[in-house]
Design a protein around this ligand. Sequence first.
Ligand code: ZN
Ligand code: ZN
Length: 635
Amino acid sequence: MSLQAVLGEAEDIVKKVVPAGVELTRVEFEGPVVVIYTRNIDVFADNQEIVRQLAQGLRRRVAIRPDPSLLAAPEEAEEVIRAIIPEEAKISSIYFDETGEVTIEALSPGLVIGKQGTLLNDIKKKIGWAPKVVRAPPIPSKTVDEIRQYLRSVHDDRQDFLRRTGRRISREPSPGEQYVRITSLGGFRQVGRSATLLMTRESKVLVDCGVDVSAENNGAPYLHAPELMPLESLDAVVITHAHLDHCGIVPILYKYGYEGPIYCTPPTRDLSSLLQLDYIKVAFGEGKKPPYESPQIREAVKSTLPLKYGETTDIAPDIRLTLQNAGHILGSATTHFHIGDGLYNVAISGDIKFERTWLFNPAVNKFPRLETLIMEATYGGYHDTQPSRQEAARRLKDIAKRVLNRGGKLLIPVFAVGRSQEVMLVMEELVRKGEIPQIPVYLDGMIWEATAIHTAYPEYLNNQLRTQIFQTGENPFLSGIFERVDSSDMRANICDDPDPCVVLATSGMMNGGPIMEYFKAWADNPKHTLIFVGFNAEGTLARRIQKQAKEITVNDRGKPLTLRLKMDVETIDGFSGHSDRMQLMNYVGSMEPRPERVLIGHGEEHKCMDLASSLYKKFGMETRAPYNLETLRLK
Ligand SMILES: [Zn+2]
Ligand SMILES: [Zn+2]
């Protein structure tokens, strides 16, 4: 539908619902949203029914905004706000967004609002922007701040980008026979470099574009496959979550001609850019040439259209996307695609945890409609049973008590995101309840920053933790035991310090990162213990150690260094962000509606095949474990 046609239709709908005199000044596509500008914003604010009717009538997401002529320039508006709000409110940041809303973040939100909202009303009258007040996150995050500032600095560019994207989504679909296909571009019959292409006659959507960090060569998915090329023909990229095996190669798309949007949750956007920056830093540190540089990461941030869980949105003329909680890490999502007008429905699980954890609610497995499910099988093998979260915590406590009481150190390799925060919560409880002495827990390699991002998005955590975070004095992440390692000198001191301590460091699978420094220093001392709490892919150092290698050769500033491994090695299952075999079976078994077909990936070959055959035997649906580079017609 053209803009003119949409404006005409919107005016008709508004005329039917509200009294005469309401003036619509302009209409614009902004990404998937139809934005209608008006001089009479209060009429809409007081009457949500009009907005609902507009969305229904136009069959699109609709946003009503004040005509730009009513808004003060952001710099000027910020001065007004700071003059009105008393200093004791302690404003930590003010940011203006595309919606005509200004968010005021403060340590004492009550003082910003004023008695019966007097201050806010005053602000609105003077600057036109609608003020929204939020409590400042308890741990400031550099990433969140920098992304906000960056988006503000590229505001005009981004407006253009949103318009272009919106017009592309609204193009008239070409007539003819419709079909739905998927091509497995990476991460099938393996873990790493996840990438799945969803194709219809009209559109192409790439779901995830990860890197296999354990690969000898570049570890990228098959991006040169003819189905994906040229990249300009791609309508959208959707990222399930921020782990590098799902988002590690995304910025490269902007190097080779992709100019379109990325859809993911707001925390996934922030965490992805944090992990991508670290990925290129680690590559540089190892003397390798990274596949992209920071300008492409910024381009990806600029091109992201954040979506909350449950918010349905058009991403192509014939495809609607909804993200749902996947329970795996902060902001992780299962993607649901509704194709055509009731033609077909596909869901891609991403990595899922189908159990409530300390951090998240379990993965959502209810959809309005579903024909094909593409799911992960990390622990899909017949024997992949995992203990519960409670049991995992108990084992960690037992090991911690034993090792720390004998004067040893605990070294825990972790992904910065997810497991780190769960292990932090368990350690904090141990110390708080006096079960182990008040030892320092050092966090090295982005874990601190990742934790800060968790507290910036409390609505993505489970209710209990959310409440704890906001009750001052009870936020477990603010416990005095946690110390951030922020220099190589500090790291060297910790390595030499004889006293017991706990170190959580990246990378989780020990292919580089600060963990290696501690490992080199402590590997030959039987007093210390190395504990694995996450999944280790085939080919990684962590996997070799788990397989009881006695001698390990590591890279020491470009030279090989052989270590004799005498420290204890323990593996604690049950902390994983992945569902075990039983949970995966239950996930499909209790899914509503039950899919007709299940395609399985993100697992070692035999696990994928094993899960495929078990699901078929138990539930009778068609199942398959595709190879990379297969194209399957779904409809
Ligand atoms: Zn993951
Ligand atoms: Zn994964």
